[in-house]
Structure formats: structure tokens, C-alpha cells
Design a protein around this ligand. Structure first.
Ligand code: COA
Length: 258
């Protein structure tokens, strides 16, 4: 399938989704959000794909935000719809995807770009990356989950400072904050993400999808995360992966998950 605003590269069990609007620093317009949704949905149901990497094209930006030109004259109603639809179609969608998604933050990740990275299951950054939520400098607030996920990831005080100042932090500070898991030179970013994705791909995809569900449940005030973990743990015992994983261990061989 061809998409107008994104490219997809597939290597064995790993798919890399590249947001491809370099002239607009990969800003997320409506069509790009829809393309990302469609592509991620297709990759998620493809049983060959065990891990997904999202990155931006070019050397300058991961994603420099929601496309400001697209919403600059929206009404109150349209603003609310923009946030609601975006959260459903892309940001909550990624967080709850059964396939693990890694953000390879290769440059500016601002506004909706940082929100996209934060919706991914974890983030690795290149040394030139800069991250921030500049929305209040535009007279709005983050609307794609930024006011929720940033405090979850780095704590309320640091998140409030970033949101209120609209400032950017560099990759080293993001690492110190725990916003990204690692920082490497730009040319090493995708190789490192692929290496991590490959490690993930060797494990049980069913167990990983249950783990994603259980971890996410802990951040959902309407669900008891411990109960979700018990349910998911039990469900694992009924899977082929569990049979294969435990049998392989007892037979002193590597598990071969489908
Ligand atoms: N929405 C729409 N277009 C954007 C964009 C965004 N969020 N971010 C960058 N662009 C466009 C610019 O308008 C410019 O387009 P043009 O060449 O047609 O004029 C192009 O991308 C290059 O950006 P430019 O600003 O010239 O690059 P720069 O190196 O001088 O600055 C940034 C880089 C990231 C600091 C600057 O682009 C920026 O502040 N972007 C907006 C960030 C933001 O507020 N995001 C939150 C949105 S809610």
C-alpha cells in the first residue's frame, strides 16, 4: 500500500514508518495522521511484523508539531474535534497497539511531534534531538495527550515547567528526565532501534501484547492495573506461545514463536 505522507520500510519482522514531509519538518496534518493510522493498523494485523519503528525523514526533524497552518482559524468546536479525533485515530491508538512501537526521535520533536513520540511504547533519541511542548506560545495547550503523558513520563513539576515555558530540552536532558531511553549519534539511531526491535521480535508477540495492555492499565484510572495483570497472566497460559516458550526452555533450545 502506498501512502502520500509516509514511507514504510520492512526488514524481516521489523517495519520502519517514516513520516515524509521534510519541507514542513514532518508536521502532522490531517492526511498524515490518517496515513499513520492506516499504516499502523495494517502493520499491526500483519503477523510477520513483530516491532515497528517510527521516525521522521531528513536529518532535522522527527515531527515539528501539528500542522499549524491547518488549524489556525478553527472554532472552539473544531478545536475540540481536532484533539478528540487525533487522540482516537493516532495517539491512543498507538499506545494501545498490540505491536510494540519505538519512536526514533531524529531531530525536533515539538508539540504533536513530542506527543507522538510519547504515545509510542518507548523512545530513543539522536544527539541533535530537541523536544518540547510549545503550544502555550501559540495560545493553545497540548491536545494530543501531552498534558497527560509528559507528567506520567517525567513527573508533574518537570512537565509543568516544559509546558509553561514552551521551551525545548536537548537530548541529554531528555535522557536525564527519562523521557528517552538512550541517546546516540544520528547515524547510529536507526541501527540501535533496529537492534532493540530485533530483540523484541525474538520474544512472544502474544505475551508482549498482554504486557502492553497490563502496563497501560496502570495509567488508566478506570481500570485496576493489578487485576488486568492477573487476567493477562492467566490468559498467557492458554496460548501456543506459552507452550513453545516453556517447552523450548526445558528442551534447552531457543523458542521459535510464530
Ligand atoms: N506546522 C506547519 N508548518 C511547520 C511546522 C508546523 N508545526 N513546523 C515547521 N513548519 C514549516 C515552516 O512553516 C517552514 O515552511 P515554509 O518553508 O513553507 O515556510 C518549514 O516547515 C521549515 O521550518 P522553519 O521554521 O523555516 O525551520 P527553522 O529551522 O527556522 O525552525 C523550528 C525550526 C522547529 C524551530 C520551527 O519550524 C518551529 O518553531 N516550528 C513550529 C513548532 C511548534 O510550535 N510546534 C507545535 C505546534 S502545535
Amino acid at each position: 500500500m502506498k501512502y502520500e505522507n509516509i514511507l514504510i520500510e520492512q526488514r524481516e519482522a521489523i517495519a520502519t514508518v517514516i513520516i515524509n514531509r521534510p519541507n514542513k519538518l514532518n508536521a502532522l496534518n490531517r492526511d498524515t495522521i490518517q496515513d499513520l493510522h492506516d499504516a499502523l493498523q495494517a502493520l499491526d494485523v500483519d503477523k510477520k511484523i513483530k516491532a515497528i519503528i517510527i521516525t521522521g525523514s531528513g536529518e532535522k526533524a522527527f515531527v515539528a508539531g501539528a500542522d499549524i497552518a491547518e488549524f489556525s482559524n478553527f472554532s472552539v468546536k473544531e478545536g475540540g474535534q481536532l484533539a478528540r479525533k487525533g487522540q482516537q485515530v493516532l495517539f491512543d491508538f498507538i499506545e494501545n497497539l498490540a505491536t510494540p512501537v519505538i519512536a526514533a526521535v531524529n531531530g525536533f520533536a515539538l508539540g504533536g511531534g513530542l506527543e507522538l513520540a510519547m504515545a509510542c511504547h518507548f523512545r530513543i533519541a539522536s544527539a541533535n534531538a530537541k523536544m518540547g511542548l510549545p503550544e502555550v506560545s501559540l495560545g493553545v495547550i497540548p491536545g494530543y495527550g501531552g498534558t497527560q503523558r509528559l507528567p506520567q513520563l517525567i513527573g508533574k513539576g518537570r512537565a509543568n515547567e516544559m509546558i509553561m515555558t514552551a521551551g525545548m530540552i536537548d537530548a541529554q536532558k531528555a535522557l536525564a528526565y527519562g523521557l528517552v531511553n538512550d541517546v546516540v549519534p544520528q547515524e547510529e539511531l536507526l541501527p540501535l532501534c533496529e537492534k532493540i526491535a530485533q530483540k523484541i521480535a525474538n520474544n512472544s508477540p502474544v505475551a508482549i501484547s498482554y504486557a502492553i495492555k497490563a502496563v497501560n492499565a496502570g495509567f488508566n484510572s478506570t481500570i485496576d492495573g493489578y487485576q488486568e495483570e492477573i487476567k493477562a497472566f492467566g490468559a498467557c497460559f492458554g496460548t501456543e506461545d506459552f507452550k513453545e516458550g516453556t517447552t523450548a526452555f526445558l528442551e534447552k533450545r531457543k523458542a521459535n514463536f510464530k
